[in-house]
Design a protein around this ligand. Structure first.
Ligand SMILES: C[S@@+](CC[C@H](N)C(=O)[O-])C[C@H]1O[C@@H](n2cnc3c(N)ncnc32)[C@H](O)[C@@H]1O
Length: 262
């Protein structure tokens, strides 16, 4: 089982040496974006989501809520996150309250099948489906929650060439909950669940460069309180992910889809 951390906010405060309310946005970005690419990856999804103040957005597998808060801040949209890990949902809500965004960003502890609101104007998921064995049901569940024509953005890890990446990985401590499939198969699975592909971009080289830059920033001591420090076995998980990206055993693909009419 992965995602076993508890008392995440207390750990963040200890790592940063500051109360939650006193953390700068940059400090929060180091800690609450649980995917390769940090806030810059979220920026890459934003244009396709076509959001404006008042839009409603669904974040599936919202983690610690970094992407949800970033999107709410930069667009004025209302974001709902669903995630199956109770300690993450609790931390996401606490971070959101501290950021003063509680009126526009909220989180529910649920999988997509158990969440019953629909009619969202847009949706996105970042680094989540690797943990989902039944991808057909997962993406069909998302399609049911979005209004016809709604954009749906993905930023996901896929199986590359040359074998499976070695655990521990950010999404799997021992490999037993890692369900990677090839990029083309993932795109076709999303399409079959009720989405028309608009963009399907291989971002692996961009992610490889991001890991390289991150390594340099960490070595220079620029940031002490970072996501790897927050997670169980975090540095090794991130290192294995970076190696898998550079060796090509995984790829990272960004997708943009439109919800087809039901
Ligand atoms: C690698 S983290 C990514 C978190 C967030 N999307 C981000 O990019 O910051 C994966 C998240 O997916 C959640 N998750 C895994 N399987 C899920 C499922 N079937 N439904 C909802 N959330 C799930 C985990 O609890 C975890 O918070």
């Amino acid at each position: 089982m992965t995602y076993t951390e508890t008392d995440l906010v207390a750990t963040m405060e200890r790592l940063a040496g500051a109360d939650l309310a006193a953390l700068t946005q940059q400090q929060r970005d180091w800690l609450d974006q649980f995917h390769a690419g940090g806030p810059e990856a979220v920026d890459r999804l934003l244009p396709g989501l076509r959001l404006a103040a008042g839009s409603t957005v669904l974040d599936i597998g919202s983690g610690l809520g970094g992407p949800a808060r970033q999107i709410a801040r930069s667009t004025g949209a209302t974001v709902v996150g669903v995630d199956i890990t109770p300690a993450y949902v609790e931390a996401a809500q606490e971070l959101t309250d501290a950021a003063g965004l509680a009126e526009r960003v909220r989180f529910f502890c649920s999988d997509i099948a158990g969440y019953d609101q629909d009619g969202f104007d847009a949706g996105y998921t970042m680094h989540v489906q690797m943990n989902v064995e039944d991808k057909k049901a997962f993406f069909a569940g998302i399609a049911h929650r979005l209004r016809p024509g709604a954009p749906f953005a993905t930023f996901e890890v896929c199986l590359g060439a040359g074998g499976r990446p070695a655990p521990p990985l950010p999404w799997s401590l021992d490999g037993s909950d890692s369900f990677l499939i090839a990029a083309d198969e993932l795109r076709d699975t999303i399409r079959a669940a009720g989405f028309e592909p608009v963009e399907w971009v291989d971002e692996t080289e961009w992610v490889r460069q991001w890991f390289e830059d991150l390594g340099k920033r960490l070595a220079s001591g620029e940031a002490r309180a970072t996501l790897p420090a927050l997670l169980a076995d975090g540095p090794m998980r991130m290192l294995n992910y970076a190696v898998a990206v550079s060796e090509g055993t995984v790829t990272v693909h960004r997708g943009l889809f439109l919800r087809t009419a039901a």
